[in-house]
Design a binder for this molecule. Structure first.
Ligand SMILES: O=C(O)c1cc(=O)[nH]c(=O)n1[C@@H]1O[C@H](COP(=O)(O)O)[C@@H](O)[C@H]1O
Length: 274
């Protein structure tokens, strides 16, 4: 089953809220843990236990694990395994992108089921040119995995690059055109998604009907709301995964509070599914 099909089924079952498992140093301390590998492990696995049974998809950000070296990456491997065991898809947030031959190595690391870090999907950065991501695309197709390509990010610095215009198209628009092509014949939903922030003022004139999932980070902590999802994404809101990390993790280590927030947010966002 393709990633797009698995995601569609998971969202129908649990809702479209994506929770980021981002063990910030400050949050570890807020939870009463030391900022070390033991604290990282308790935090990350505690968050997974609280939210993963109630989410269609979780999004660990690799950097928060990498900062502890190999032992942190070992924790990330467990986060991936435990999330999947709880029935959640895993979108590993790596935002990688490089020349093609190196992209292949990244794709092998994160999408090949033989790798200990294999995930259902990854975030990728297309700013070496969309074609440099071809090894990710081929590997995703081979293993029924998915990609989320940065298009219009949630941070205020993004437009300098993403709204640059070549041949009458913004960079963001060009990325969505590539995704439209990749998803053209897919049913019920393509496996090649875009990242479009929940913090945008409007849809920037983007044609969001590219038959793929849209990851909308910036929900919660960065100010994005359900009303913003409706406003920005309009008719495509049904394909949006609103994503929040700190907004949920701040409620910990109280597992019931995190769980309730996930269930409530999924209910709120389901109303956008049409
Ligand atoms: O790809 C992402 O997930 C991402 C893209 C983007 O445009 N903005 C963005 O904030 N993110 C990630 O989404 C998460 C946001 O975290 P919170 O601001 O705590 O909800 C972090 O893991 C970011 O790295």
């Amino acid at each position: 089953m393709t990633f797009g099909a698995r995601l569609r089924a998971a969202v129908a079952d649990r809702g479209p809220f994506c929770v980021g498992i981002d063990p910030h140093a400050a949050l570890l301390r807020d939870w009463g843990y030391d900022d070390d590998v033991a604290g990282l492990e308790r935090f990350a696995l505690g968050a997974v236990e609280a939210v993963a049974p109630h989410c269609s998809i979780v999004k660990p950000q690799s950097a928060f694990y990498e900062r502890f070296g190999s032992r942190g990456v070992a924790v990330l491997e467990r986060v991936i395994a435990e999330s999947r065991a709880a029935g959640a898809l895993v979108l590993l947030d790596i935002k990688r992108g490089d020349i093609g031959s190196t992209s292949q190595a990244y794709a092998d690391a994160y999408l090949d089921p033989a790798s200990p870090l294999a995930s259902d999907a990854v975030t990728v950065s297309p700013f070496l040119g969309f074609g440099s991501l071809q090894p990710f695309v081929d590997t995703a197709l081979k293993f029924d995995a998915g990609l989320f390509v940065l298009a219009a990010t949630s941070n205020k610095e993004g437009p300098e690059v993403q709204e640059a215009v070549t041949d009458g198209r913004s960079v963001s628009g060009t990325m969505l055109d590539h995704l439209r092509r990749l998803n053209a014949d897919a049913t019920p939903l393509g496996s090649f998604g875009a990242v479009v922030g929940a913090t945008l003022e409007d849809d920037r004139g983007l044609d969001l009907a590219f038959n793929g999932p849209i990851l909308a980070p910036g929900y919660g902590e960065q100010g994005g709301t359900t009303a913003d999802i409706r406003r920005i994404f309009g008719a495509s809101a049904g394909n949006v995964l609103a994503s929040s990390s700190r907004g949920v993790l701040r409620l910990g280590p109280d597992a019931a509070a995190m769980r309730e927030a996930v269930l409530r947010t999924n209910d709120e966002l389901r109303a956008l599914q049409g």
